[in-house]
Ligand binder design. Sequence first.
Ligand code: ZN
Ligand code: ZN
Length: 261
Amino acid sequence: MVLPFIDSHAHLNLMPETHSSGEVYERARQAGLEALINVGTDLERSRESIRLAARIPNVFATVGLHPGDANLWNTELGSEIERLSTEPKVVGIGETGLDFSYPEPSREAQERSFRGQIKLAFSRDLPLVIHCRDSFDTLFSILESASLPSRPGVLHCFTGDRKAADRALEMGFYLSFSGILTFRNAESLREVARQVPLHRILVETDCPYLSPVPYRGKTNEPAYLPETLSVLSLVRAADPVDLARSIRDNTRTLFALPETV
Ligand SMILES: [Zn+2]
Ligand SMILES: [Zn+2]
């Protein structure tokens, strides 16, 4: 059974040399992939995402600065991200957000970069791709006091609890589940995933990271995404094909992908 899917968050440009983008993409097509969002993490990687999107028909790009690189944020860099966001097939801003699991960059630097990119997303009316680790309270208070784009965006690789999920849903965000959902110790995350309204769920690989069971320890790639979909369908007691189609359509809606994709 082939499940149709869109990988809402991938980094084909960060795959090891053994995994050429063309081959990885072809394997994913065989496994049911219809489109893929390649996410930028800094200026150069945002440019790489745009180049990948130009080269591969159903690949789209986002441009932004990862919280891990928030020290690089300044007005000039912001203007360059804004310029890149006008390129063809750019469908979102990010990944941005907050990650307080590491001592550096400072919280202040991360918040500055995040606020700058929220402004950008609002002015360009593009959805935000948000990375959030150990920082939900600060993240939500920033988002709740900001002007958000009409399709606010997605909390990628969501690992928060029910309360965090509710706050994000309240503001109109989508929640994207990764291979973490398949991990043995992820029972509480599966419980959250069981309860999120179907029309707000996305799935992703975040490849080359976070391979789902049974590929843990290997380089992750979009062809493995159906493992996450299968677990999600079990958890929600949903028909796998119906569930996959709904999630694919959610991804199209959030990123305003062309109908033909
Ligand atoms: Zn991330
Ligand atoms: Zn990522």
